[in-house]
Design a protein around this ligand. Structure first.
Ligand code: PGA
Length: 234
């Protein structure tokens, strides 16, 4: 069984979500399906998909204009939340420390954080891919999560760019993440791959060892693109 998580980013509408839920109703799969939607579309009624958010405040409550706490996400129906997505790290300066605090807040409120790590093009070209991934895992995950977490490996240079690493590169990254998690006492934590996943590469990517599912951006917006990914592996 795999985990297929969609990240709608700042796209969609409540009507589009309903349309997706209708389309997913009869999809024949054992895989876990998650839809991470904008805050305004969170709902306790996810249908076939579990609903997730795309960010959470590191704070519990108070004078933090525009922020949404994990407790609020939970009461709005979120079961999951993406933390440390590359666009949050890039446009909002989120560091591993901030990401870890957000993950802690999610866990404390019974929300499963999907913790993203991955290297930029500059880091890749400087030969730092492995060290960035390892420090991302060690520093972004709460030391004692005491709850379920999901990790997502997202090579930041490949997101939304139509680029994908080679199968060997994905395998190497996921092996490192699996070993790092093991050394942290978190063996068995699911690890997703994300960046330019499409219907025509999903099956191959999910056959790579230590890839427990995928985190899908652009191709999660329309049922015609998303359903082939969900059913790529039964
Ligand atoms: P993409 O995005 O599938 O559009 O490359 C992936 C992501 O940002 O999670």
């Amino acid at each position: 069984m795999k985990i297929i998580a969609g990240n709608w980013k700042m796209n969609g509408s409540s009507d589009a979500l309903k349309n997706m839920q209708d389309a997913l109703r009869d999809v024949d799969t054992q895989n876990t399906v998650i839809l991470c939607v904008p805050f305004t579309m969170l709902t306790p009624d996810g249908g076939r998909a579990a609903i997730g958010a795309q960010d959470v405040s590191a704070h519990d409550h108070g004078a933090f204009t525009g922020e949404v706490s994990a407790q609020m996400l939970r009461s709005a129906g979120a079961k999951y939340v993406i933390v440390g997505h590359s666009e949050r790290r890039m446009y909002h300066g989120e560091t591993n420390d901030i990401v870890r605090t957000k993950a802690e807040s999610a866990i404390a409120n019974d929300i499963i954080p999907i913790i993203c790590v991955g290297e930029t093009m500059d880091e890749k070209q400087a030969g730092k891919t492995m060290s960035v991934i390892e420090s991302g895992v060690r520093e972004s995950i709460p030391s004692d999560p005491r709850g379920k977490i999901i990790v997502a490996y997202e090579p930041r240079w490949a997101i939304g760019a139509g680029l994908t690493p080679t199968a060997a590169e994905i395998a190497t990254a996921h092996e490192l993440i699996a070993k790092t998690l093991e050394s942290m006492g978190l063996g068995g934590t699911p690890v997703l791959y994300g960046a330019s996943v499409k219907g025509n590469n999903a099956a191959e990517i999910m056959s790579i060892p230590n890839v427990d599912g995928v985190l899908v951006g652009g191709a999660s917006l329309k049922p015609d693109d998303f359903i082939p990914i969900i059913t790529a592996v039964k």
